[in-house]
Design a protein around this ligand. Structure first.
Ligand SMILES: [Zn+2]
Length: 173
């Protein structure tokens, strides 16, 4: 069933025909992260899509994946172009290397999952947390609930993990 929802006052929709994204976000709404595993080569893929990016096979199954990883790259937004985010600056958009399948199919590759930095309950993180995070920071997945059948996978600082002493941050202060 199609989803029509709002997030921070912005309209969001997923159409009936977009079965991969409906299934992906349905799992997220249950706070359970799943990715498609290729029926032919077995590799997981992100984002959800109709065919395997490595072997082009169409068949796949959904597999539960641990939401643990390290920040591969980030963007820190201080001037929100989108008005809905104006009251939340500065905020972080993170690209996170999952521990799962890291280094496959080549040493430089990983499943890289995008999300915002949030508090453990899925709210956009306050500035003191934003300042702590850089490349290499260990994060864990949490979820921002949006509507029935729709939650966003997000990232929060993994307070139980051993963290790099100086995660790389763009010099700006
Ligand atoms: Zn494949």
């Amino acid at each position: 069933m199609a989803i029509r929802a709002q997030y921070l006052g912005m309209p969001l929709s997923i159409d009936d025909l977009d079965v991969e994204n409906l299934e992906y976000f349905r799992h997220c709404a249950e706070h359970d992260f799943h990715l498609q595993a290729c029926a032919q080569c077995g590799r997981l893929r992100y984002p959800p899509t109709t065919a395997c990016p490595w072997c082009a096979a169409l068949e796949s199954t959904w597999k539960r994946v641990e939401g643990n990883g390290a920040v591969h790259s980030y963007s820190e937004v201080h001037h929100a172009i989108q008005p809905a985010f104006r009251d939340h600056t500065p905020y972080l958009i993170l690209l996170v290397d999952l521990d799962t399948q890291k280094g496959e199919p080549t040493a430089d590759e990983a499943l890289r999952v995008a999300g915002n930095l949030t508090t453990p309950d899925g709210q956009l993180a306050p500035p003191d947390q934003v300042r702590r995070v850089g490349i290499g920071t260990r994060v864990r997945m949490v979820f921002s609930d949006v509507a029935p059948g729709l939650a966003f996978p997000q990232w929060t600082i993994d307070e139980t993990a051993s963290q790099p002493e100086h995660p790389w941050r763009y010099p700006q202060e």
